[in-house]
Design a protein around this ligand. Structure first.
Ligand SMILES: CC(C)(COP(=O)(O)OP(=O)(O)OC[C@H]1O[C@@H](n2cnc3c(N)ncnc32)[C@H](O)[C@@H]1OP(=O)(O)O)[C@@H](O)C(=O)NCCC(=O)NCCS
Length: 153
């Protein structure tokens, strides 16, 4: 598909939430990445605004990226963590996710920090995008302990 004409990346504002919810509603089924099953409104409440951007075409929001600055966890330096990305399915595959992520990386670099995010192991579409944007797999792993299993008898 053609690149999107007149695409503009700008900082997110409070009034963008309605547009984000609309995009979130459209991203369902196989289009939704396994890393972000929860609704964008919960991310909005928790993480907006410090590193949050939207992609706009002729005044209409067609994509977003939301992040937060966190430090010292797991002996990592202060970093910009991406918490969620979404592109309107009608506009996917036309470079908007790439532009949003690159703008996020630039915003981090202006602050002298690296960009990071956590994704689900099997989330191939997101991994593919990240690798093509120069991200490398880091060295965090998660550990989970399940409920005890009770043997009968
Ligand atoms: C992942 C996502 C952000 C990518 O944005 P996009 O604008 O479609 O991606 P781009 O056109 O910028 O493509 C960037 C790279 O992503 C990868 N990619 C994009 N769509 C893909 C797909 N359907 N399958 C596999 N890889 C894909 C490719 O590596 C591509 O690079 P290439 O064009 O050099 O091959 C977008 O598809 C999306 O919003 N997905 C749903 C995310 C979600 O569930 N969010 C939570 C709910 S809001």
């Amino acid at each position: 598909m053609d690149p999107v004409e007149g695409l503009k990346i700008r900082e997110m504002t409070d009034s963008d939430i309605a547009a984000l919810i609309q995009i979130d509603k459209k991203i369902t089924g196989k289009e939704r990445v396994s890393s972000w099953p929860q609704k964008v409104s919960s991310h909005f409440k928790t993480y907006y605004p410090p590193l949050s951007l939207v992609a706009e075409v002729e005044g209409r929001v067609v994509g977003f990226i939301m992040g937060v600055i966190m430090g010292a966890e797991y002996s990592l330096p202060l970093s910009g963590w991406i918490n969620i990305i979404g592109v309107d399915p009608q506009y996917q595959g036309r470079g908007i996710g790439r532009m949003l992520t690159n703008s996020f990386i630039e915003a981090c670099h202006r602050r002298g920090i690296k960009a990071r995010l956590m994704v689900r192991q099997g989330d191939e579409s997101l991994k593919k995008m990240l690798l093509s944007l120069g991200f490398q797999q880091g060295d965090l792993v998660d550990f989970v302990r399940g409920f005890p299993t009770h043997k009968s008898g």
